[in-house]
Design a binder for this molecule. Sequence first.
Ligand code: HEM
Ligand code: NAG
Ligand code: NAG
Ligand code: NAG
Ligand code: NAG
Ligand code: NAG
Ligand code: NAG
Length: 272
Amino acid sequence: MFSHLLTTIILSIGFRAVTVVAQSATAYCDSTSGICYAGYTDPTLNITVGLVLPPLSTGTTPNATEFVAELIAPASYGWTGLSVGGTMADSLLFTMWPYNGEVIFGPRWTSGYVQPLPYSGPIITMLPDTMVNSTHIKASFRCQNCTTWNGGALGSGDLSGFQLIAYVASDDTPVDDPSNVASNFTEHDQMNFFGLDLSISHSTNYSTYIGTTGTSPSEPTQTEVCGLYLACWSNILTNYGQCGGTGWTGPTVCVTGTDCTEVSPPYYSQCL
Ligand code: HEM
Ligand SMILES: *[C@@H]1O[C@H](CO)[C@@H](O)[C@H](O)[C@H]1NC(C)=O
Ligand SMILES: *[C@@H]1O[C@H](CO)[C@@H](O)[C@H](O)[C@H]1NC(C)=O
Ligand SMILES: *[C@@H]1O[C@H](CO)[C@@H](O)[C@H](O)[C@H]1NC(C)=O
Ligand SMILES: *[C@@H]1O[C@H](CO)[C@@H](O)[C@H](O)[C@H]1NC(C)=O
Ligand SMILES: *[C@@H]1O[C@H](CO)[C@@H](O)[C@H](O)[C@H]1NC(C)=O
Ligand SMILES: *[C@@H]1O[C@H](CO)[C@@H](O)[C@H](O)[C@H]1NC(C)=O
């Protein structure tokens, strides 16, 4: 099954894997969002993965535990996956597929080579360049509480260290229920890796990317925070998301099965 890993050699020694990766992340800027990432575009699978982290802490303040990332793939894939820890087991995983013009995206986790299930630790905010068009699907997101996860940590705990990043895809088999972010699915038939030197992934522009400074004209606005079991639909709100109220300028469309309900009119409405 490793025949497609042309440039990657994995030697498993007991439970430890020593991985030699030919391709490594380089700096690039996404022309839609303006976000500059450290990442890689796979020329065969047409999958792009980029990560950007906040600057490292210079004092005694703990390092931030978040990053911004994008995952772009052909819209024809049944599903596409990203492993931020580089492995399938004990890693922070994400899955993405299109459904009715929306991007269905969410974090997953598994302890072995079995169906990864939705994972509730990460706090995901989709960024506004998340989209699907006739050829591509793209998830662009802020991930808080994401530098450590059950069984691992980015850079093995060193945020200027090395991180193997993996991406997988099912190139023609759709998931069981594409409308459901928690859907099950069958195994990937495509897989590859790249090496990310985390020391090139920290950006002084990070606060602009997450919209906490008001200096950039193209400043993204956050669209949605996922709840537990995390349906992350671009511009469509899940359960408990705010959808209206005094001064509300955010998204107003609730995911199927919930309605925008006045909770404390006229100040606050949420999807329930
Ligand atoms: C039903 C779902 C899945 C099944 C049955 C499955 C099964 C497997 C199996 C048997 C392998 C080892 C065989 C090989 O190397 O080709 C593997 C490797 C891998 N899988 Fe999955 N997988 C599933 C979903 C996922 C998802 C959702 C992701 C990421 C989002 C993922 C990421 C990986 C990665 C990165 C590897 C290679 C590194 C490693 O062996 O840990 N898998 N998978
Ligand atoms: C990747 O993109 C190239 C160039 O657009 C195209 O010829 C090729 O079919 C694409 N491959 C996949 C798997 O989408
Ligand atoms: C952060 O994620 C971990 C799992 O990785 C989870 O146990 C914890 O509750 C999360 N913390 C917050 C504040 O969400
Ligand atoms: C679809 O999105 C991709 C990725 O952002 C972009 O490169 C491509 O030009 C878009 N295609 C169309 C037809 O808009
Ligand atoms: C932040 O991370 C860097 C890189 O791993 C490390 O050298 C530094 O000590 C960390 N800072 C704090 C306050 O933990
Ligand atoms: C997915 O499969 C698991 C068992 O692996 C099951 O517990 C879960 O209910 C299934 N999810 C859906 C949405 O069918
Ligand atoms: C930060 O943003 C400015 C203005 O868009 C850009 O010129 C610069 O290259 C960016 N720096 C990094 C590290 O991405």
